[in-house]
Write a protein that binds this ligand. Structure first.
Ligand code: NAD
Length: 264
């Protein structure tokens, strides 16, 4: 028997990387249905085949409120309720520092990165709030090592990921006692995380230099390995499970190889 027997989840950015690993793990833990919102749902066919009738894919952009409404509506229409929202879709800035911008490029990249990485989470929360209150469910947002420390991203990514912690805490306060709201903070993880279109990085991916990224992360963290999406999924299961984290809200669990205890 899994930890999420009969649960229904909605996952943004669930067609790749960490979101895909979370969706797969939820289904393996017994989830009755998982609905995924992603702008590119092409990679979901093997998951759909592995769990027939238990996966819904909604193609859309997390900056669009209507896409979130469709995600939640389709989950409820197909599976009768919603227990968990995982806000996860995001893009990177490939560590661009402030000095590399002028006001125009900063404005365009700010609007895009904040809209995807933070407004997308708020719109998801807005769409799922009522259904989760009915089920006494929870929200889990993907934060980052960049939510706590400088250097995990550039000026925009680090700032927006710090903002995710503010979002989690504020929503945890606003939605208590009906809905718990928490986060998971991955460290450098081997995924296809892409960059900002406004910065001309839309086709650039962490995977382009996977071996280099893997070696750099492994050398930088006390546990000595670069994380894989599957390494984080247990925390998403724990935080979703009413039986196992009933008293946890407003928290962000880091899953970063021990950055906090890195030697100076
Ligand atoms: P990924 O690119 O593999 O997955 C992100 C998914 O989000 C993709 O499927 C993508 O299509 C989707 N997406 C992006 N923009 C979208 C939009 N506007 N509308 C709809 N879908 C959109 O990358 P990942 O590394 O799995 O990223 C997932 C989350 O993890 C992000 O929030 C990211 O910031 C965070 N994170 C990643 C790392 C890392 O090192 N990979 C570390 C810490 C946190």
């Amino acid at each position: 028997m899994g930890w999420l027997e009969g649960y229904v989840a909605a996952v943004t950015g669930g067609a790749s990387g960490i979101g895909l690993a979370v969706a797969r793990r939820y289904l393996r833990e017994g989830a009755g249905g998982v609905a995924i919102l992603d702008r590119d749902i092409g990679g979901l066919s093997s998951l759909a085949a592995e769990f027939p009738g238990r996966l819904i894919a909604v193609a859309g952009d997390v900056r669009d409120a209507a896409a979130h409404t469709e995600l939640v509506t389709r989950a409820i229409t197909s599976y009768g309720k919603l227990d968990v929202l995982v806000g996860n879709a995001g893009i990177f800035d490939f560590r661009r520092p402030l000095e590399s911008y002028d006001p125009e490029t900063l404005g365009a990249a700010f609007d895009e990165i904040f809209a995807v990485n933070l407004k997308g989470y708020m719109l998801a929360a807005m769409a799922a709030r009522e259904a989760l209150a009915k089920s006494n469910g929870s929200m889990i947002f993907t934060a980052s090592v960049a939510s706590l420390y400088a250097g995990g991203g550039g000026i925009l990514y680090s700032t927006v990921k710090h903002g995710v912690i503010g979002l989690i805490r504020e929503l945890a306060r606003e939605l208590a006692p009906a809905v718990r709201v928490n986060g998971v903070g991955p460290g450098g993880t081997l995924t296809n995380l892409r960059g900002s279109e406004a910065l001309g990085q839309a086709e650039r991916s962490l995977a382009d230099k996977a071996a280099e990224v893997e070696a750099r992360i492994a050398a930088a963290v006390p546990l000595g390995f670069a994380q894989r999406p599957e390494d984080h999924t247990g925390l998403y299961v724990l935080l979703a499970s009413r039986d196992n984290s009933r008293a946890v809200t407003g928290e962000v669990f880091m899953s970063d190889g021990g950055v906090r205890v890195r030697p100076l």
